[in-house]
Design a protein around this ligand. Structure first.
Ligand SMILES: [Zn+2]
Length: 461
């Protein structure tokens, strides 16, 4: 009988393919065997628990500067929170400054993250100009492990105009890369915002009106058009409207390589939370795209039911209420936009996705782990329980009852938009590369073994 470093015994293994009762044998930080009656130097009894490949969050922003401040979670606290919530890989962004080369910006970002991460991380590269040296640099990013490029249709300094979007899409397609797009039509946002300001509607509760659903819809239509003659994989981030999701789905049916991402906030939170005349709450819920009408939550769940969503990211981008969000109470334009969510993404999708009947267990693992890993070229090293994969494993108690409170979370932020929600099912152990890092919601190891992951060729799912 083989002897493993660690055996996880008798759990219900859930992958994107199937659910089976089996042991997992771990050796040298990797899954070395899947089978019955495995023997190890150490054994963890997983009877009654689900055993999953750790969550892959393809969309987080840690240690991200804005014009006026910096996200409250850095690599250290952000990856710690991820691990505590059952996520074992995050993909963040490199955002080159004006004039800075892509490789220089990448080096800086890696240097920040180095030795500060509890879990492995990969990076997307933001492209905000089409200078020849930028386009040239895209060609050798693949060697450095960067295969996805993020573009914006909004935000001063970030947005690309029509022609430049086309240029980046074509370039990325020509090198087998993937483009992620933040799709919101900027001219419509500018116009709507100017009108609100003119009417002195600057209270944070007006923020959702400033970025109408139509802005997302128009931008998605436009991006689909722009990629029509390329074989680009286009990944549309944080879709907040069912209409835009339908457009992506139709494009997929027409044979286009387009992928829809949504986030827990667009499934579970909505504009009704803004209407109690509480400016602080309103500011705390400002994110782009904004929270929508209550009916959209159900409509996006229906899209999940119909398998029109391929990936769920948190878009974790945390700012404290005090002092960060509070600094803009008189003018929504000054409120830093973003919500925390990396820690709760996986459990929220269990309670409100699996328990509520929108997802079965394999679909849950597919959306929160395996598919993001495949799309961004990390599978099967990540997002799988196959022999040879990294032993990034989560034990999940499907019956554990939790009422969400900010104080139980590990995100470095003074609120959670999900406070008060009752969850049934929560991670009870997170194993990172064979090392038990989190047990019953607390770190039990000092080992920060996270390191940079090179992404391989993206895969269309
Ligand atoms: Zn984002």
């Amino acid at each position: 009988m083989e002897n493993f470093d660690l055996v996880i015994r008798g759990g219900k293994l859930v992958t994107d393919q199937k659910v089976t009762i089996s042991d997992l044998g771990i050796r040298n930080g990797k899954i070395a065997a899947v089978g019955l009656n495995l023997l190890g130097k150490e054994t963890i009894d997983a009877n009654g628990f689900l055993v999953l490949p750790g969550g892959i969050d393809p969309h987080v922003h840690f240690q991200m500067p804005t014009a006026t401040t910096m996200t409250s979670d850095d690599w250290f606290s952000g990856t710690r929170a991820a691990a505590c919530g059952g996520t074992t890989t995050v993909i963040d962004f490199v955002e080159p400054e004006m004039g800075e080369s892509l490789s220089e910006a990448l080096r800086k970002r890696q240097a920040e993250a180095e030795r500060n991460c509890w879990i492995d991380y990969a990076l997307h590269m933001t492209i905000h100009n089409v200078e020849p040296k930028t386009l040239q640099a895209m060609e050798y990013m693949q060697e450095l492990g960067i295969t996805s490029f993020k573009v914006y249709t909004t935000y001063e300094g970030m947005k690309l105009n029509q022609n430049n979007l086309r240029i980046v899409f074509e370039k990325a397609a020509s090198i087998g890369g993937l483009c992620m797009v933040h799709a919101e039509a900027d001219d419509l946002i500018q116009q709507t915002t100017a009108q609100l300001i003119k009417e002195k509607k600057t209270d944070p509760s007006w923020f959702p009106e400033s970025r109408p659903a139509q802005a997302e819809i128009e931008a998605v239509i436009n991006c689909i058009k722009l990629t029509a003659n390329t074989n680009l994989i286009l990944y549309v981030v944080h879709l907040s409207t069912s209409a835009a999701i339908e457009l992506v789905d139709q494009a997929r049916k027409d044979g286009k390589n387009i992928i829809a991402e949504t986030c827990p906030q667009y499934l579970l939170l909505n504009k009704n939370l803004f209407t109690n005349n509480d400016q602080v709450t309103a500011a705390s819920l400002i994110c782009s795209p904004p929270l929508r009408e209550a009916g959209e939550n159900q409509a996006i769940w229906s899209a999940v039911d119909e398998e029109k969503i391929q990936s769920v990211g948190s878009d974790h981008c945390s700012f404290t209420i005090d002092p960060q969000k509070r600094s803009g109470l008189d003018d929504f334009r000054k409120v830093p936009g973003g919500l925390p969510g990396v820690e709760l993404r996986l459990p929220l999708l269990y309670t409100f996705g699996v328990r509520a009947g929108h997802l079965n267990l394999t679909e849950w693992v597919r959306l929160c782990s395996s598919q993001p890993a495949k799309i961004f070229g990390l599978y099967p090293q990540k997002g799988s329980l196959t022999v040879g994969a990294d032993a990034d494993i989560v034990l999940f108690d499907p019956e554990k009852e939790v009422v969400v409170q900010q104080t139980m979370l590990h995100e470095n932020v003074d609120y959670t938009p999900y406070a008060g929600l009752k969850l049934t099912g929560y991670p009870v152990m997170t194993i990172v590369k064979g090392n038990v890092l989190v047990k019953d919601g607390e770190l039990v190891s000092e080992k920060k073994t996270g390191s940079f992951l090179k992404c391989n060729q993206p895969e269309f799912v």
